[in-house]
Ligand binder design. Sequence first.
Ligand SMILES: [Zn+2]
Length: 269
Amino acid sequence: MARGKRFIATSAILGAVFGMLCGDATGAGERYGAVPDSVKQDLDRLVAAYPDIVAGHDNTFLTLKNGTRFRISDGRTDKTFQELLESPDIDDMFFVRYPAGVEPKQPDMNSDPGRVRFAPLFVAMYGDCKKNEVAKNLRTVKWLPKHNGGSVKVTAVNGVADALARVSRALDELPDDLATYLVPAAGAYNCRNVAGSRAPSMHAYGAAIDIATRYADYWRWSAGEQPRWRNRIPVAIVRIFEQHGFIWGGAWYHYDTMHFEYRPELLRR
Ligand SMILES: [Zn+2]
């Protein structure tokens, strides 16, 4: 009995020490929400990225052409990572820089550029799929027609369908052996939330596409406590999407290597 108690006590202490070490090593105690130093340029890029819808910004508000104003900062700097994902403000979307043009590699802890989305802005642009506001703007895009890729449906808002058509044409010209990563596409428009979250997916706005699942890797499929980054998607594919305004889910700590979404505000152009 005494031995059992001592064992439990020792385990508890070791567990606590281990927890503290892990807390530091994994950044589990990190707080988010501070205004990024680059906020002025980030907001300028946000305005430039969506010229049909966003009119401009000052230090306090982002203003849409229809008169809607969104406060840029909610003043919070103590968000957990989950709160950052589910209750971001506008400046939180720029909490970490998207690594455009960089060779794919293991992202830093919780480095998820683009995964933080201020939903009211995206709803204002693309509509709320649960109210049937997105479907009317969907367009069919031929997906790699030279490789019998069929078609996908994405929104025409913000020129997303046109941009994806350009991506498709460019991908169709890559060496034939790359088609296996791309065809058939695993889906585009889909009225759903991000898995395990209350936040809408970019698929719910018709502004994202999943390429073929054959060589896909996804953090939720990785074994163990922490996501173990892995990627098999050739970088040539990623570069083409980026050139046309799409960011890649393989650049995220919470990686999703078949996922691309239209987020030109995160790309320096
Ligand atoms: Zn996806």
